[in-house]
Design a protein around this ligand. Structure first.
Ligand SMILES: Nc1ncnc2c1ncn2[C@@H]1O[C@H](COP(=O)(O)OP(=O)(O)OP(=O)(O)O)[C@@H](O)[C@H]1O
Length: 443
């Protein structure tokens, strides 16, 4: 039997300690034998218990280092037959979600986590699940991982129906916000942990070196996680998730614990590594900039449904619904019968319209007769570096925001506070809507 890590591991509760002990002593049996949580998984014999215990423990994992146990356990199935391949040969699986619905039945009622989702996740690409809180992003991630089971619908990994495949046979790597590294193991031991317990039959030292180079921390294998920066820890967590050659990588708010100052550079680094390996990855985030910056494909969620799928340009240029526009942009929302909207000659049978601040034009002089305009007063000016935001108030009291980009001096000299200006917008860029069309209240 492969030698197991000797280092003690800090765990918060007795249950966590039991899980970790079991994991360390019988790593391959951990999933199958754990009876620490009742099962909710139907009919797959020994794997049923696993499903429940892993699901429950992953919940805890978000708050503690126990997640390392689970994340690694999820790729530790005895039945796993994926051949040992080098990182450069890694490849991802395509994921197809067909008519998936997830109902959570609780004492308080039935809550809908996913409401009829159809989605294709491209092999070897990064897909971001983006949406407001409670929109169903994590539910879909957990359904794909096997930590939850759909109430209806099927999930395919390439042509294989994976709907009832036990979590430990899905060959998935997890990266959590909390890093989930074993604090008392070295970086190298953390990375080697998964392949060691899976008995991948590879040269572990070579794999660790390969991964340390990939994450650009070649000399840090002997250090312990507390001796690393947040960004370095996150890269080690990624290396550990990749060490067992997952065919799918799930990243659940992986940058949430990082200082906003370094988040951008860390995420670029992570994306570069994932691209090099070529594994399919799914990123859950509520940070739009992060999704647009990293993902090849973005899936916008609201109230358990997929609202739009596209790349960043498609979503920015052509938001599918008022909800998407409102979610991705800081839009103006105006009454349809306000002076400005009426002067632009726009009519609709919905009570409100939205328009992008970037679509609002302002001039100091009244435009020529051919152009419609509404007079307003500049009531505020906010310089945010790359642009200046102007807040304008029309004579009927309605307020609108306008963004001015361009050369810095032009922006600065453009308009003074209290100046009377003339405002125009192309009515083709007005979006009429009912308030409930942009609601994100969970179902
Ligand atoms: N275990 C559960 N029991 C009952 N309802 C649940 C459970 N998990 C999720 N839900 C409900 O399912 C809906 C979707 O939740 P989910 O966690 O998938 O949203 P999310 O988009 O990931 O949100 P966040 O960004 O806040 O994590 C919510 O209404 C939520 O309350």
């Amino acid at each position: 039997m492969a030698s197991l890590p000797q280092a003690p591991v800090h765990m918060g509760t007795v249950r966590q300690q039991q899980q970790q002990q079991l994991m360390l002593r019988h790593p391959n049996l951990y999933i199958a034998c754990s009876t620490l949580q009742p099962t909710r998984h139907r009919g797959r014999g020994k794997h049923c218990a696993a499903q429940g215990s892993v699901a429950a423990a992953v919940e805890e994992a978000k708050q503690s280092s126990a997640s390392a146990v689970l994340e690694t356990a999820s790729t530790s199935g005895l039945n796993s037959v994926r051949p040992s391949i080098s990182l450069s040969q890694s490849s991802g699986v395509g994921v197809k979600v067909v008519g998936v619905r997830k109902e959570y039945k609780t004492k308080g009622g039935v809550y809908i986590g996913a409401d009829g989702i159809d989605l294709e996740i491209q092999a070897g690409k990064m897909t971001a699940l983006l949406g407001p809180s409670g929109s169903g992003k994590t539910t879909l991630l957990r359904l794909i991982s096997g930590l939850e089971e759909p109430t209806e619908g099927r999930i395919y990994f390439d042509d294989e129906d994976a709907t009832e495949l036990p979590v430990q046979e899905r060959e998935i790597g997890f990266v959590f916000q909390s890093y989930a590294l074993f604090r008392h193991m070295t970086v190298a031991q953390n990375i080697a942990f998964g392949p060691r317990i899976r008995r991948l039959g590879i040269d572990l030292d070579q794999r660790v070196q390969e991964l340390l180079e990939l994450i650009e921390l070649p000399g840090l294998g002997h250090r312990h996680p507390p001796q690393l920066s947040g960004g370095q820890r996150q890269r080690v967590a990624l290396a550990r998730a990749l060490a067992s050659n997952p065919r799918l990588l799930l990243l659940d708010e992986p940058f949430g614990a990082l200082d906003p100052m370094i988040r951008k550079s860390v995420r670029k680094g992570l994306k570069g590594i994932i691209d090099k390996v070529g594994v399919t990855s799914i990123l859950v985030t509520h940070d739009q900039e992060e999704a647009f910056d990293l993902a090849d494909q973005i899936v916008i969620f609201n109230r358990g449904k997929v609202i739009q799928v596209g790349d960043r340009d498609q979503i920015r240029r052509s938001p599918a619904t008022p909800f998407v526009l409102n979610f991705i942009d800081d839009v103006n929302q105006l009454p349809v019968n306000c002076q400005f909207v009426k002067r632009m000659g726009f009519k609709a049978d919905k009570p409100l319209v939205m328009c992008r601040p970037s679509g609002v034009e302002v001039s100091a002089q009244p435009p020529d007769q051919s152009q419609k305009f509404a007079p307003a007063i500049v009531v505020d000016r906010i310089d945010i570096g790359s642009m200046i935001k102007y807040i304008l108030r029309f004579d009927d009291g309605v307020v609108i925001e306008m963004h001015l980009q361009g050369e810095e001096h032009e922006r600065r000299l453009a308009f003074d506070l209290q100046q009377r200006v003339f405002v125009h917008a192309n009515p083709e860029h007005f979006w009429p809507f009912y308030p409930d069309e942009i609601s994100s209240a969970p179902l």
